[in-house]
Design a protein around this ligand. Structure first.
Ligand SMILES: [Zn+2]
Ligand SMILES: [Zn+2]
Length: 357
């Protein structure tokens, strides 16, 4: 077997990445070694590439970056080989699910939020907001490489009826599922502010879950066209005042000051706003005008529920209600990472896929 692999590394605490050959990792304890087949680039990876203050606060170089991957299990860590793995089982549907019964040759993805299992949030079932969370491809080596190691407790065994490419871009869909399930959208008028990949997915999920009308808002014509392509009822460049106070549910996916302002103008009295996009700096909001006078409900989402959201996501994909390949707009080989990142930064893209194997 080969001993080294190509990896995209953040080697120094500065902008940019290095592509280099490094030793293939060995899975220890409860880890598995995965041969990466496809990976996709996330908005978070742009911040890591550019070395934003957030990235500087979360990453200690050198580290292999990348967290959205699908791959094949090629080796099990010692605890797994001795049968001491975490146990548990999925729902037994088509062999998909989290932990338990993992074997060589299985096609798996990694949850990005690697939980500890011991803190208060983990103990009450909120694994995705673990107090000691380690982030895959951010706080530990990730998946923009030919091989990666994942702890078995955060490994998801994929349903093989889903296209491999779709599995690798399932994170934005999962996040969107968590966002939309917080709002109970059936029969409702929904506005999606920001049509990046997760916003596009939120629009698709809202449609799949029976929203009466789904409107997508984005300044970029390219992204609005994608919104049309994935089946949103209407896409708009900005919100006219005639549409203020009309939406039952607004999902804020942009994280921009302007987007957040629009979300609160658009939502109806006693409507619901779900916050997902993360602002780069502090934002301001007229607390009295919106929160008090409109008597709004506000909720927020940070990642996927483990594994509840994953099952819901899998259901949407296996039933054919959502075709994730529609949001994949570009494909590159791993050694073309710099080119792929340029496309990401241009904003003229949906999901950018890396064909690794
Ligand atoms: Zn991501
Ligand atoms: Zn924890």
């Amino acid at each position: 077997m080969q001993k080294t692999m190509l990896a995209v590394m953040k080697e120094k605490a500065q902008a940019g990445v290095t592509l280099k050959q490094i030793p293939i990792p060995t899975p220890i304890n409860d880890e598995i070694l995965v041969k990466v087949l496809y990976a996709s680039i996330c908005g978070t990876d742009i911040g890591i590439y550019n070395w934003t203050p957030w990235a500087a606060g979360h990453i200690k170089p050198p580290i292999v970056i990348g967290h959205e991957v699908v791959g094949e299990v090629v080796e099990l860590g010692e605890e797994m080989r001795r049968g001491l793995g975490d146990g548990g089982s999925g729902r037994g549907r088509s062999g998909e699910g989290g932990i338990g019964g993992m074997k060589i040759g299985d096609i798996v993805s990694s949850e990005t939020h690697i939980y500890c299992g011991n803190c208060y949030q983990c103990r009450i079932g909120n694994l995705h907001v673990c107090e000691n969370m380690e982030l895959f491809g951010i706080g530990r080596n990730g998946g923009f490489a030919e091989y990666t190691t994942i702890p078995i407790r955060t490994t998801w065994k994929n349903n093989l009826s889903i296209p491999l490419e779709a599995m690798s871009v399932a994170e934005p869909l999962g996040n969107a599922v968590h966002v939309i399930t917080k709002a109970n959208v059936a029969g409702k008028k929904v506005l999606v502010v920001g049509l990046g990949p997760t916003g596009l997915c939120a629009g698709m999920v809202a449609k799949a879950y029976g929203a009466r009308e789904v409107v997508g808002l984005n300044r970029s014509e390219y992204r609005r066209k994608l919104g049309k392509k994935v089946g949103l009822d209407r896409v708009i460049e900005k919100l006219s005042e005639r549409e203020y106070n009309l939406f039952d549910v607004v999902v804020e996916m942009s994280g921009s000051q302007a987007g957040i302002q629009i979300a609160f103008d658009a939502v109806r009295i006693a409507g619901k706003v779900i916050a997902f996009g993360i602002p780069k700096s502090e934002i301001t909001l007229n607390w009295g005008k919106y929160l008090i006078n409109k008597e709004l409900s506000i909720d927020s989402v940070f990642g996927r529920r483990i594994w509840e959201t994953w099952y819901q996501t899998s259901d949407l994909l296996t039933s054919g209600k959502i075709d994730l390949t529609k949001i994949i707009t570009h494909r590159f080989k791993l050694d073309q990472f710099e080119e792929a990142m340029k496309v990401m930064m241009s904003g003229e893209c949906g999901k950018v896929l890396l064909e690794v194997a």
